[in-house]
Design a protein around this ligand. Structure first.
Ligand code: AMP
Length: 173
């Protein structure tokens, strides 16, 4: 299965100059969807995690499927104001300005071994902030996985030291 062929490039979305990697073309193809879930599940199995944390919103899709296949629970990391109970927040820098993500305070416990999952690694700012949230709650980030990695944005540097997995990578736009 060539997963790269399943990704659609959308130029100038959500703004001029960005090439958006659209995974909806992969998701609607049952063979590609199952293949991506299986590959990420096999990576995660090695790490022996007891929880999967997925980042809003595309990280929820495969994150939930991987958690179900592993037989462990799923925890959402969301944009501000979406989670109903008490949360822990982490703010991180973007090229212009800042962004914030949240997790429920009781979602991760001391000693949890966690897989963090998102659809795509770009600069790594979002994943770094999510790792910080998990660790502040006493969890250990045992693996960080993505469908896509944009090598030219050096996201690995932001999450150096973690077990980082990706199924597809791009050396240039
Ligand atoms: P970053 O924090 O820079 O690593 O950005 C990662 C987050 O932004 C992920 O949740 C991605 O879904 C999204 N993202 C960033 N760049 C792109 C892109 N070129 N195509 C699709 N999603 C992107």
């Amino acid at each position: 299965m060539n997963l790269k062929e399943q990704i659609r490039d959308v130029k100038d979305f959500p703004k001029a100059g960005i090439v958006f990697k659209d995974i909806t073309t992969l998701l609607k193809n049952p063979e590609a969807l199952n293949y991506a879930i299986d590959e990420l599940y096999l990576c995660a199995k090695e790490a022996g995690v007891n929880k999967v944390v997925g980042i809003e919103s595309r990280g929820f899709i495969l994150g939930g499927a991987i958690a179900a296949k592993l037989g462990v629970g799923f925890v959402p990391v969301r944009k501000p104001g979406k989670l109903p109970a008490e949360t822990l927040k982490e703010t991180y820098s973007l090229e212009y300005g800042t962004d914030t993500i949240e997790i429920h305070k009781d979602a991760v416990s001391e000693g949890d071994k966690v897989l963090l999952h998102d659809d795509l690694l770009a600069t790594g700012g979002t994943a770094r902030a999510a790792c910080n949230l998990i660790e502040k709650l006493g969890g250990k980030v045992a693996q960080v996985s993505f469908i896509i990695e944009l090598n030219f944005l050096n996201g690995r540097k932001a999450i150096e030291g973690y077990d980082i997995r990706s199924l597809i990578s791009y050396d240039s736009e």
